[in-house]
Write a protein that binds this ligand. Structure first.
Ligand SMILES: [Zn+2]
Length: 95
């Protein structure tokens, strides 16, 4: 009964965001740490109907890309690759 009330009261976005947070924790990219440094637009992904797991992976790539850029270690092979410079294999776009 309490749980049902909670679900009804909770903003759907908050529920979704908690799923994203869990997914990010599972890949050792805590949202609490990274979102404070480089803000990823989770609200935009939610509004676009992105699944929580997919949004988590997008944020993961976004943060890696930002970190690589800040360390001047970003890949220059293509404009939108989140892998570090001189990486193996093909480029992988951020989004
Ligand atoms: Zn690349």
């Amino acid at each position: 009964m309490l749980a049902l009330q909670w679900v009804r009261m909770a903003d759907a976005y908050e529920v979704w965001l908690n799923q994203v947070r869990d997914a990010l924790r599972s890949v050792n990219m805590p949202m609490e740490d990274w979102q404070g440094i480089w803000r990823f637009d989770f609200q935009h992904e939610f509004n676009a109907g992105t699944k929580a797991d997919d949004a988590a992976m997008k944020a993961n790539r976004f943060w890696w890309h930002q970190q690589n850029k800040s360390l001047n270690q970003d890949c220059r092979e293509s404009g939108d690759c989140w892998l570090p410079r001189n990486h193996q294999g093909e480029c992988q776009p951020v989004s």
